[in-house]
Design a protein. Structure first.
Length: 215
């Protein structure tokens, strides 16, 4: 097995998962119980502790060609040879071809990054961050919760775009689109559209809730 953290081509063990899209710097806890993936985890624990996560479309069984490398940061070995592992997303990759399918999937992958921006993305990032804060505030008000946002919310546009994409609950197809995108501005603008729509929905729902409470 070959692996390089820099841009290039490498062989990488692959772990396809239904409706799961991993992003750089985002955590992914996993319970490993299938025999072939127990073999995979045992193997990579002896080498570089990294594997690729790819989304399976549950509607047609297709496996995405763009995924994200996961680094194992914590392992719990269970008595019956299962694993509980904590992983963290690293670089994105594109599968060029499958090298083998047994005992587990291995692909030849190329590492991908966003193209360097041609504009200052900080104003766009600040706009999207404010939309995010509005959405969380309205959601908390609507549900009588105090979830808030973490203190370590990324401020850099690229990292912020990954954080938002990784937290889009229940929208794996949208997440896959954002993972495929290699333009930070394009990703942020799409997230702006999603957050604006969500903010408007929560604002209307909150207004209706207040009206019913006061009627």
């Amino acid at each position: 097995m070959t692996f390089s953290s820099s841009c290039g081509v490498s062989e990488l063990p692959l772990f396809p998962l239904p409706d799961v899209v991993l992003f750089p710097n985002r955590p992914l806890p996993l319970h490993i119980f299938e025999f072939r993936y127990r073999i995979m985890i045992n193997s990579i624990l002896e080498s570089n502790c990294r594997f690729g996560v790819l989304m399976i479309n549950p509607e047609n069984g297709d496996i995405s060609t763009v995924g994200c490398c996961a680094e194992i940061i914590n392992v719990e070995r269970l008595p019956d040879e299962r694993f509980k592992i904590d992983t963290l997303g690293q670089q994105r990759f594109r599968v060029l071809r499958y090298v083998r399918e047994k005992p587990y999937l291995v692909g030849l992958v190329e590492w991908i990054e966003d193209t360097p921006p041609t504009e200052d993305l900080r104003p766009l990032g600040q706009e999207v961050e404010q939309l995010l804060r509005d959405v969380v505030r309205l959601h908390d008000k609507l549900t009588d919760q105090k979830r808030g946002l973490p203190d370590d919310l990324p401020s850099l546009p690229l990292e912020l775009s990954y954080w938002i994409a990784g937290n889009l609950q229940g929208a794996p197809a949208e997440q896959q689109y954002l993972l495929d995108t290699q333009d930070t501005a394009k990703r942020l603008r799409r997230e702006s559209e999603i957050l604006t729509s969500t903010r408007n929905y929560y604002a209307a729902s909150t207004a209706l809730k207040e009206a019913l409470k006061n009627s």
